[in-house]
Write a protein that binds this ligand. Structure first.
Ligand code: ATP
Ligand code: LTN
Length: 333
């Protein structure tokens, strides 16, 4: 809860690749619905991004582009606080303290750590291992009530809660207990090429992922090539990951229930359906892309957004950090 009695929301996206429709459906679209009721902080978590090697020029460009995409997806910079994680030093500072209240065994069990270490076997760095404590710091610094994330992040929210609990247990009430907030539809949009896996911006197969900034021809081509099973009816079912995923996408974009989608396509085949999904996604992305281009052309406006965001974030997070420093026994500055 903030000082005006509003509940607090925090979420972050790594600038480690281009945003795709999984982000749009699983994250950004839902964030827009929260901006009036909650105090919302959204961070471009560049410090988390460098747990995997990044090209410096690309990282810089993507961090800026990410802020523009947030705003282009309908998030109002007046109502939400957008900032770049490395601009707000309290994150690294609390991250270190929390490292000292997090157990080696707990971190070893994290599935994202296991997945990423298997994928980047030549760079299993300490940051990749302690990634969840920095994420816990991100969340706990703002006395966050809700963390809107996709399903893949629930384990990280659990460990943030465990760390908060442990700290509160030793020093008395310090951190608000955060809760994950996952959307009912679209919490895990799957890859179009391997629908058993989530759509991921680090996927090497470009056809697996439909980007928010893809042009209409590319979007249509990727949907036409989407991998589906050998059936033909547009109906959800066990083992029909591909068609289930396309129904989820269509349903999330149009606002229809999956049952209504099945009824609409009764008697039609996969081909017609794939074209229809592509068309819906194109028309949902058109206004987003127009707004994005307008924003990227006014760098001063973007800079003003993230600078002001960093100030607001620093002011809110410093209150928590000060409290923590005092509790663990650091001398006042
Ligand atoms: P990477 O794939 O490079 O590890 P990521 O896309 O999983 O990155 P972020 O970009 O930081 O990680 O994710 C931002 C948010 O979008 C998170 O809340 C995440 O859960 C959500 N998200 C990511 N992919 C999907 C998806 N396929 N479906 C639904 N939500 C997703
Ligand atoms: N770990 C998340 C990104 C992330 C985050 C956060 C999400 C970093 N800090 C705080 C929510 C709250 C990911 O990989 N998607």
């Amino acid at each position: 809860m903030n000082k005006d009695g509003k509940k607090v929301i925090f979420s972050g996206i790594k600038p480690s690749g281009d945003l795709h429709i999984g982000h749009f459906i699983g994250a950004l679209k839902n964030w827009k619905a929260l901006q009036d009721e909650y105090e919302c902080y959204y961070s471009v978590v560049d410090m988390h991004a460098i747990t995997v090697r990044q090209d410096p020029a690309q990282l810089r460009k993507r961090s800026l582009s990410m802020i523009a995409q947030y705003v282009a997806c309908g998030l109002d910079p007046q109502k939400n606080t957008f900032f770049i994680q490395s601009h707000v030093p309290t994150h690294a500072e609390l991250g270190w303290v929390l490292d000292c209240y997090t157990m080696f065994g707990e971190l070893s069990r994290m599935t994202q750590f296991k997945d990423k270490s298997a994928k980047h076997a030549d760079n299993i760095n300490a940051g990749l291992f302690t990634y969840p404590t920095l994420m816990a710091a991100d969340i706990l610094l703002y006395q966050t009530d809700l963390v809107p994330v996709g399903e893949d992040q629930t384990q990280h929210i659990e460990i943030a809660r465990d760390i908060a609990n442990r700290f509160n247990g030793i020093y008395g009430e310090t951190f608000t207990m955060p809760q994950a907030y996952t959307p009912k539809v679209g919490a895990r949009i799957k890859s179009l090429q391997n629908p058993a896996e989530k759509m991921s911006k680090s996927d090497e197969n470009a056809n697996a992922c439909v980007l928010i900034l893809d042009d209409p021809d590319t979007i249509m081509r990727k949907f036409r090539r989407a991998v589906t099973d050998s059936g033909s009816e547009v109906r959800r079912g066990e083992g029909k990951d591909g068609i289930n995923n396309l129904i989820t996408i269509y349903s999330a974009i149009t606002g229809l229930t999956p049952e209504q989608v099945e009824a609409e396509f009764e008697g039609k085949g996969y081909g017609d359906f794939k074209t229809a999904v592509g068309e819906q996604v194109c028309s949902a992305m058109r206004p987003v892309q127009e707004e994005y281009r307008r924003l990227m052309a006014s760098k001063d406006f973007l800079q003003a957004i993230y600078k002001e965001g960093a100030q607001r974030a620093l002011s809110a997070s410093s209150r928590t950090l000060r409290k923590v420093y005092r509790k663990v026994g650091f001398v006042d500055r």
